[in-house]
Write a protein that binds this ligand. Sequence first.
Ligand code: HEM
Ligand SMILES: *[C@@H]1O[C@H](CO)[C@@H](O)[C@H](O)[C@H]1NC(C)=O
Ligand SMILES: *[C@@H]1O[C@H](CO)[C@@H](O)[C@H](O)[C@H]1NC(C)=O
Ligand SMILES: *[C@@H]1O[C@H](CO)[C@@H](O)[C@H](O)[C@H]1NC(C)=O
Length: 324
Amino acid sequence: MSILKFIVVLFFFVSIFESSNAQLSATFYASTCPNVTEIVRGVMEQTQRNDVRAGAKIIRLHFHDCFVNGCDGSVLLDNAAGIESEKDAPANVGIGGTDIVDDIKTALENVCPGVVSCADILALASEIGVALVGGPSWQVLLGRRDSLNANRSGVTPDIPSPFESLDVMIPQFTRKGLGLTDLVALSGAHTFGRARCRTFNQRLFNFNGTGRPDPTLDPNYLQTLRRLCPQGGNGGTFAKLDKSTPDQFDNHYFTNLKNHQGLLQTDQELFSTSGSSTIGIVNNYANNQYKFFDDFVCSMIKMGNVGVLTGTKGEIRKDCKRVN
Ligand code: HEM
Ligand SMILES: *[C@@H]1O[C@H](CO)[C@@H](O)[C@H](O)[C@H]1NC(C)=O
Ligand SMILES: *[C@@H]1O[C@H](CO)[C@@H](O)[C@H](O)[C@H]1NC(C)=O
Ligand SMILES: *[C@@H]1O[C@H](CO)[C@@H](O)[C@H](O)[C@H]1NC(C)=O
């Protein structure tokens, strides 16, 4: 073979290799860390025994990761020279689960050092956390790499606040390539986990300057929430995002919305914004858990693809809290 031919063939293979690296795949670690799923599951199962919120914390981290500069582990970085941690942005204050990520990372570094990204840990552990408490199970696409920076000023514009109206939230999802169905299905993650009083107590006494509570709140549920979150309290008390089955992954979030028992303003708006096409989707999921699970899986895969770094971009962090 002439040297020229050799170079052409070489380029051909290099370009196949590069392009196959440019998208995620379920078998990404098949040769480099074949037991990755088992290892992540082991830590998640162990953690779940002492912390029912383990899965909820992880999936929220994954969401906050993907919506700010893509699913690149940026949310996990601590403050350091040149890095303003996203964890200090208002939407992330008190965010949980980073200790669980560290435990998973340690377990993986023991078996396949320098191989599995922190961004992939979030995606994998999200699926495991959902499946562990009754939710759907799916093949997680892998191959994300970790960012070399964080984007604190990206958090406020990109992560919806719980005081937002639906018409502000929808474009926040659209900007990430996610539509109305994704918005409703992914909000279904509020079928488990907790939210602090300060994230919904604006609904309880003087909603939007009306001197009255949020009219879309069921009166009995309102009384329960007022007892939990009295006026003038510090707002740090935790409430169940799903009052009926707080630690299970099911479609009760949607039946709650139909009963005017959604916890956050943004939850209830999906059902109570008159004329919104989200109402039909909520009804559909409340009536059909299979449909919710199917759509949720689809939307999780879509969200997990947002702005990923692949190939030789970024790095595989050794410690999820800092760049190498
Ligand atoms: C649609 C817009 C969304 C808004 C406005 C929103 C807002 C919130 C708020 C305010 C909390 C409570 C945080 C606190 O107390 O500090 C929360 C918790 C949570 N969020 Fe969302 N969220 C949204 C979408 C999502 C999505 C897409 C997911 C995942 C796919 C998700 C998963 C969770 C989970 C599991 C928790 C509980 C976490 C825990 O127990 O620690 N949320 N969310
Ligand atoms: C994979 O991990 C699981 C859980 O940690 C362990 O029980 C199993 O022995 C491991 N298998 C291999 C081939 O390392
Ligand atoms: C941070 O996020 C904002 C909002 O999405 C974006 O406009 C900005 O370009 C990002 N900055 C960096 C350095 O990535
Ligand atoms: C709050 O009040 C403003 C002005 O009165 C109104 O335009 C807006 O729609 C209200 N928001 C909600 C969520 O009711």
